[in-house]
Each structure stands twice: as structure tokens, then as C-alpha cells.
Design a protein around this ligand. Sequence first.
Ligand code: NDP
Length: 427
Amino acid sequence: MMHSYFSEFYKKSKAERTKALLDAGVISKEDLLFLSKNPHLNDQLADHMIENQLTQYALPLGVALNFLVDDKNYIVPMVTEEPSVIAAASSAAKLIAKANGFKTHLTQRKMIGQVALKNVPDVSFALRELNLHKDAILKKANDAHPSIVKRGGGADELEFRSILETDHSPHFLVVHIHVHVLEAMGANIVNTMMEAVSFYLETLTKGTALMSILSNYATECLATATCQIPVDLLDRGSYKGEEVRDLIIEASQFAYVDPYRATTHNKGIMNGVDAVVLATGNDWRAIEAGAHAYAAKSGQYRSLSHWVKAGNGDLKGSLTLPLPVGYVGGSIGIHPTAQFSQRLLSVKNAKELESVIVSVGLAQNFAALRALVTEGIQKGHMGLHAKSLAISAGASGSDIELVATELKKSTHMNLETASKILSSIYP
Ligand code: NDP
């Protein structure tokens, strides 16, 4: 049913695309009006969001199609400056939808706060005291943010880590508090709690608190997406499905053992993840930092996703990421386009948003690996990059398409060629 509205979506004009979204019931008439105004932040809001504000910096927001996640269809808003990200995500999602889509699994949504204590005179004594006063510490943390407790969340677990002295650093006794942050990302909630317990922890341990803040290494808030693709869906040009499957598995193995490749492999995943995180008003630096730390959890920086052969010969993919995104809080509630993204995506809570984002990451990864091990990435990439080159050369209006089309046929697809093509139109 949805398909008829969205067929050849990329060929439609912007007005036709928004109309298709309206007709398919994905957006409302109010949303259509919102989009027609080319929304910016109102200047007063922008001025309040950051310090020393001068102007606004625009990026395009587009939609990836065809996402089937846990048996629900999604149109996914993505904000990115990079051509080919949305096309790759949509094409991978279309193929994976034919194979029952993505299935996701989420842990509970807990954030970790840290108080780092130094100069602790007797670590065994300090650990005894901390263990004896666990309930009192948790109570102090929760008393500092009663509203999250009232909503059903709050601090409920403590962990103590003793990090030994080295030639370059003193001994640290680190207290972790785990906090259920419910629908929020939770940075401010956790920071408030950690600062509130800091003095009490100093009193108990007789140490000195160096700092009190959340950790962006959100290992208590993980999202996993999996998919399983039959080989008959993997045929590509002269490549047979079995061959594509085996090459993707080898590409995954290469990224697991080589940090140089793993970095680029994970960058491809984050192309999709960041774009949705940004579109939904979330803190992409937090997600980036957590993802890369998680990639290094074994002591070596490795690939975040894994592709293996299933028992029946299918290609099986999985991706796990720390994904502490919020559905409320931060600037989500005040940024009109972030709110539009939430409506467009039609997710009901932070967990559902996690499921979509981790699936987008896996789709992006599949698209990149499939291209890399078959025709190479440049064919699709440069095709879409042609328009940017045409614009950089000075083309506008219908000339952009004209120059881009000629550029794709040229041997050297670069700015110089684009300029030459443009000059040949207007000699
Ligand atoms: P907020 O400070 O906006 O807190 C979210 C608030 O939403 C809660 O305090 C709560 O207030 C309210 N709320 C309403 N409904 C719910 C619900 N169902 N579940 C949870 N909360 C609810 O944001 P966060 O604490 O999430 O912090 C995120 C912000 O912090 C981001 O902007 C981030 O960039 C920034 N930040 C990030 C850091 C990092 O990553 N290292 C460090 C510092 C800041 P109430 O219950 O009182 O109504």
C-alpha cells in the first residue's frame, strides 16, 4: 500500500515528495505547512540555545525509505551533508525488508555516573565503608533529582572500581552509580546526582573527589539490530549471491582484525546513526564517543558490526551500539525540526527510537560492504557527488542536472571537468 506512494521517490520534486508523505498519512497538513516554510529556528530561540550566536547553519534533512523494524514500517528522517548516505540506507533497507526486516533487542536504559576519588588513604577501608553505605549513597543521589524517581526511574545500583597507580597517574577509586533515565538521555539528571553525592563519598572514603560526571560509555544502554538475508536476494551484477555473502563476511572479518579498516567500517555505520541522531535533536557527540569506546572494548579498536553465515546459508548481520538517545529533554522539546522528525518517524518512546537508529546503522553498513566487495564504492558515490561538483562549479537551476549528467560520463569527475562542462553550456 505504502509502496505506491513512494515508488521512484528520489525522482520526484520536493513538492511531490512532501505530497506523497501527506497522501500516505506519514505527515499531517500542519507538517506540510511547516515544511513549506523551509523552517529555521526563530532567532530568539537560536540565541538562547548557545552562547555568542551569530547566525544559523543549515543542513539538508531527507528521508530514508523502506525500513521494516520489528515488523513496523518507518520513514526515517536523516540530516547529513554527505550525498549517498540516504540512498544507500534506503536501498539496503528495501532489500532487508524483503527478508523480514530488522529485529532489535535492547537492554534497559541506564546511564552511568562517575565520581573519581584520589588520595584515598586506605582503599580496603574505603571499599568497606562504601559497601556499608550503599543504600544511603543511592538515597542521596535520588534525593537530588526527585522528579525522575517520581516518574519511576532513578539510581538503583552502585559499582566500585579501583584503578591502580601508574608512573603517569595516581590511584583512583571510582564510584559508579547506575541511573534509570527513562525517556531522557540523562546527562543533566546524572550530573546533578553525581555532584550531590560527591561530598558524602569524600567523607566515607577520606579521599578527595577529582570530578563527578556521567560517562558517555553507556554500556548499560545498548541496542542491537540483526537481520538475516537469503542469498538469492544478494545477486549483484555478475556476482552470485553466495559470492556476495562470502565477500561481505570476509570484509567483516577484515574490519574485526584491522583497526585501520575498522575505523572506516564504523564511520560508515555512523553515517546513518549520526544522521538520525541529529535529525531527532539528540547529542551526536555523546553517541559517537560511546560507539567508538564500545568498538575498543576488547582492548583493540574493532568493527561494531558482524556478518556471518547462518546455518541455512543466509547472510546474518548484527550491530550493537550504546544508544542513550532521548525522546525528551535537551533541545528536543524546543527545536521545531527535531519535533517534526519525531512526528515523521512516529516513534512512541526512546526505546523505539533506539531500535530504528541501530537498524539504520546496520543497513548503512550492509550497503557499504556490498558495494565495496562488488563494484566498489565510487560508482554510486561519485554519481551522487556529481551534483555537488556541478554546484561548486557555479551551476544553478536546471543546469545542475545537466552538468551532473555530463560529468558522470567523463573520465575525470572533478571540479575542473564540471567547470569545463558549464563553460561549454555558456561559451
Ligand atoms: P534534561 O536536563 O532536559 O532532562 C530531561 C528532563 O526531562 C528531566 O529532568 C525530566 O524533568 C524531564 N522529563 C519529562 N518526562 C520525562 C520522562 N518520561 N523521562 C525522563 N525525563 C523526563 O536533559 P538530560 O538530562 O536528558 O540531558 C541531556 C542534555 O545534556 C543534552 O542536551 C546533552 O547534550 C547535555 N549534556 C551532555 C553531556 C555529556 O554527554 N557528557 C554533559 C552535559 C550535558 P522533570 O522530571 O523534572 O520534569
